[in-house]
Design a protein around this ligand. Structure first.
Ligand SMILES: *Cc1c(COP(=O)(O)O)cnc(C)c1O
Length: 375
């Protein structure tokens, strides 16, 4: 069976983990490997970052840093992973879901304003498939209405909008290094902090509410409990696995883009004949080939296509049942406006295998089988 995903593997990853264990003899967080990863990101992105245990936790940190409280409202798309909402629900927020754009599956920026009330605290755009949301419009609304912008860029590392890396555009951004993402440490993430004023408290929240980070830098002579917090720093072994992927980040990105192009060119004819739809990349956006999806006519056709591919040893999948239709989503959120695209478009979308080690002939085989299905 051709897998849907394989986590990125580099030989160096094993070497670095061994080095952490046998040479550094240091496995807890914020050791030399975490530091090297952090420096790489700071240099690449030009903003302050903190490595975290997941993107979920990075979002939780953003919710804590923005002081989201009981009764506050947060605006986001319903077509996203549960963590986008959960991080804010944990703080007592009510989620206001708005519809997505049909072309990019991203939040429809023209519908955001309608969902704002005097209780709204933040907008959380999700850069679906590593394709940027319409950030200029979102930032303009946020500035005028004095709201935070927290970018869920879980899928967006290396991708950009108008030349700016996703995650560096709003007040905060978050990446995921889950094994299904373009770069991985098994479970892990990153919080990007654009406003210098939040860095100090970010370090404290990540270190169980203590000023231990300052203590290690020698800025205070003992550390103590100073604020709320949790344990959001990953082990050195995880950071050691991630580092070699950062060292070849561009190579991984180019390889994924090549596979994406292969799918795109192989399936273009089916789109031209009106059988399927292919992803759309706005000209403002440079994507990172996080995902290749096609859209079938409807749910029934998608079910049959997934079954057909499975019969041919290809694992293609769908995901995200819109959050507003889930039990928790009904309880903690509310869909504002009309659901024109969220449900219908999510039912048509199917993802193809796409990972660093995927071979050209494997991707070509997937193309061939999809073309067979539509014959
Ligand atoms: C993967 C993902 C997350 C969660 O990432 P974790 O690192 O697994 O916590 C959140 N949001 C989106 C959009 C994702 O794709």
């Amino acid at each position: 069976m051709l897998a849907f995903n394989e986590p990125v593997y580099t030989e160096k990853g094993i070497g670095y983990i061994t080095e952490a264990i046998l040479q550094n003899r240091r496995l807890n967080g914020d050791g030399p490997f975490t530091e090297k990863c952090t420096s790489w990101f700071v240099q690449k992105l030009g903003v302050k970052v903190l490595l975290t245990t997941s993107c979920t936790h990075a979002l939780e940190m953003a919710a804590l840093l923005t002081d989201i409280k009981q009764g506050d409202e947060v605006i986001m798309p319903s077509y996203t992973f549960v963590s986008t909402a959960d991080a804010f629900v944990l703080r007592g927020a009510k989620i206001k879901f708005v519809d997505i754009r049909k072309d990019t599956m991203n939040i429809d920026e023209t519908l955001i304003e309608n969902a704002i009330t005097e209780r709204t605290k933040a907008i959380v755009p999700v850069h679906y498939a590593g394709v940027g949301c319409e950030m200029d419009t979102i930032l303009e609304i946020a500035k005028r209405r004095q709201l935070f912008v927290i970018e869920d860029a879980a899928q967006g590392m290396m991708a950009s909008y108008k030349g700016k890396y996703l995650g560096t555009i709003g007040d905060f951004g978050t990446y995921s290094f889950h094994e299904t993402k373009n770069y991985t440490m098994g479970e892990g993430g990153l919080i990007l902090i654009n406003n210098e004023g939040y860095i100090h408290r970010g370090e404290i929240i990540r270190e169980k509410g203590t000023n231990r980070s300052q203590f290690f830098r020698g800025e205070v002579d003992k550390y103590s409990w100073v604020d709320v917090g949790s344990s959001y720093l990953p082990s050195e072994m995880n950071a050691a696995y991630l580092l070699p992927q950062l060292e070849i980040a561009e190579e991984i990105n180019q390889r994924r883009l090549k596979l994406w192009e292969l799918y795109y060119n192989g399936l273009k004819e089916l789109e031209e004949s009106g059988k399927i739809e292919l992803p759309y990349i706005p000209k403002e956006c440079q994507h990172n080939a996080h995902m290749f999806y096609i859209k079938t006519k409807n749910l029934d056709e998608r079910t049959r296509l997934i079954y057909y591919l499975n019969q041919n040893n290809i694992n293609a999948v769908f995901h995200y049942v819109p959050l507003h239709t889930s039990n928790a989503g009904e309880k903690y959120g509310e869909f504002i406006g009309e659901d024109r695209n969220t449900t219908r478009e999510s039912e048509r979308l199917m993802r193809l295998p796409l990972f660093y080690a995927l071979k050209n002939d494997e991707a070509e085989y997937v193309v061939e089988k999809i073309r067979d299905f539509y014959k």
